[in-house]
Design a protein around this ligand. Structure first.
Ligand SMILES: [Zn+2]
Length: 522
């Protein structure tokens, strides 16, 4: 025993020093360590591959989503993170997953057709072979106009496969790109408030009492069900075979026919044949799993516990749910993988934050930021009706804009809040980060950070290079691992780790609006 003492003691000392590296280490030293671990030993693409290739689509309510959330918690637990939680919220709708889909033209020619099934619609109960009929949809109809239009079709659609609407493709758009350095440097500055609306909005044209697009679809579905139509196909209206398939927004499978969104190229071919009075016969097979009992969803959280300020919490995360027609790589396995990697780096370096650093992966984002809103309401309330924890919230870093590296931060708060973040990220200028700006908007939109902004809390959106996000991968059948840029993901993990660590270690919490300056809630 005695003779090993000389060996054991230095090892123990090394371990003690290793777990408290912040003592005596400059911010520069810590940044150097974070960069080295994050750029040279990165595992970010490994997390990303498991989420996308192994699990695949992670639709809210599905067993796959839950399995992927549990996997993420387990992996982070294996690195030493603590307090793993599945935080319940009421989803209130059934779970749904597509298992199989095929579509073929069988006459006048044989061909396989490319499409995606609409979520929360029923299957076909075996292959359906039937004649295709195209049904026009009046533009922005009122209730009366739509009813008269559908009346004229009565009796002609029984057993048919319906092509609903015309399939004019979207104009060709710019593909992959990065932000212009000068333009973005001007944009991300304290005092240059983020005034971009959360989502581009074009005012609808048409009569005042026109039905919304959802109302139109819902009424047409009702009519087609009563007429005994077999399947509904709508055009993707995108170019290059891209398809965006969302959902039957009643979430009630009885109120929808089996429904497919077909790529423009196939849809237009069938339309042209029908316009020439050529009979077109199609065969479609759709099989889905439906889980009526899966009405509870979870947000997934896990901590690097803090020390003297452990009751204050810095969050970093993104939504882990995806749409179902691809594997949700850029939306948003990228955000999840980056934040997993950020805490892996901190944990691997044994960095000990003063505040608790909590990773949070939300669900129900794609159906309206449902999980993050439920979480904020439960744990923090709002500025107007705060919970006890409200003052202990230190900030939430959200990544949800694809695969591009981080270029700038937008934070809810006064200009001073942006100034703090602007200074924190200056050492990462060589990696393309230009700065931070503030926003005073409490409107919900874009992504989960706005659930915090809405409550008057400092949500932080990590702005990224767009690459091909809005042109190609966002919500489409091409949102796969192939579109991820590994170097950009590594940069994002390094920057997120450094910002989270700094927020969790500096003396003060981020500044907030003074009570009399808090923008009015929605
Ligand atoms: Zn997203």
């Amino acid at each position: 025993m005695h003779r090993f003492k000389g060996i054991v003691l230095p090892l123990l000392l090394a371990a003690v020093i290793w777990t408290t590296p912040a003592a005596g280490q400059s911010t520069e030293d810590i940044h150097r360590m974070i960069r080295q671990e994050g750029l040279e030993n990165s595992q970010v693409m490994d997390h990303l591959q498991v989420l996308t290739d192994y699990f695949g689509a992670r639709l809210t309510g599905s067993p796959t989503l839950e399995a992927s959330g549990e996997w993420a918690l387990n992996r982070m637990e294996s690195w030493g993170l603590q307090n793993a939680r599945k935080d319940e919220w009421d989803w209130g709708r059934p779970g749904w997953e597509n298992v199989r889909f095929s579509a073929h033209m069988v006459s006048p020619a044989n061909d396989a057709l490319i499409g995606e099934v609409l979520a929360w619609t029923p299957g076909t109960d075996g292959p359906v072979r039937a004649e295709a009929v195209q049904v026009a949809v009046p533009e922005r109809p009122t209730d009366e106009v739509l009813a008269a239009h559908l009346d004229g079709l009565r009796g002609s659609l029984t057993g048919k496969i319906i092509l609903l609407g015309d399939g004019t493709p979207a104009p060709t758009r710019e593909m992959a790109r990065r932000h212009d350095d000068e333009e973005i440097a001007e944009r991300f500055q304290p005092g240059v408030a983020d005034a971009t609306p959360a989502r581009p909005y074009t005012a609808p044209t048409g009569p005042e009492n026109a039905l919304s697009a959802r109302e139109v679809r819902s009424r047409i579905d009702e009519f087609l069900i009563s007429e005994g139509a077999a399947v509904v196909i709508t055009p993707s209206r995108m170019e290059h075979g891209l398809i965006r398939a969302f959902a039957n927004y009643t979430f009630d499978l009885e109120r929808s026919l089996p429904s497919v969104v077909m790529r423009t190229e196939d849809y237009q071919r069938i339309s042209r044949l029908l316009a020439n009075d050529v009979a077109v016969e199609l065969e479609i097979d759709i099989r889905n799993n439906v889980y009526p009992e899966r009405t509870t969803e979870y947000n997934y959280t896990i901590d690097i516990p803090g020390t003297d300020l452990a009751h204050e919490v810095i969050y970093l995360g993104g939504h882990i749910d995806s749409w179902h027609s691809a594997t949700g790589a850029t939306d948003n396995a990228s955000g999840v993988s980056v934040m997993m990697e950020a805490v892996r780096i901190l944990q691997e370096l044994g960095l000990q934050p003063r505040r608790t650093i909590r990773v949070a992966f939300w669900t129900g984002e794609e159906q309206g930021l449902l999980g993050s809103q439920a979480y904020v309401a439960k744990h923090y309330g709002t500025f107007e009706e705060p919970t006890q924890n409200y003052q202990n919230f230190g900030g939430y870093l959200n990544l949800d804009s694809g695969t591009g590296r981080i270029r700038g931060l937008s934070v809810f708060g006064p200009v001073e809040t942006a100034q703090v973040l602007h200074e924190i990220v200056q050492p990462f200028a060589d990696l393309g980060v230009v700065g931070a700006r503030e926003t005073a908007s409490r409107r919900l939109g874009g992504s989960d950070h706005t659930a915090f902004n809405r409550a008057g809390l400092p949500g932080i959106s990590l702005g990224q290079d767009p690459i091909d996000y809005f042109t190609t991968t966002w919500h489409t059948n091409r949102d796969t691992y192939d579109h991820i840029l590994p170097d950009d993901m590594k940069q994002a993990a390094v920057v997120s780790a450094a910002v989270a660590y700094e927020l969790a270690t500096r003396d003060e919490l981020l500044p907030r609006f003074a009570p009399d300056a808090m923008p009015e809630g929605p």
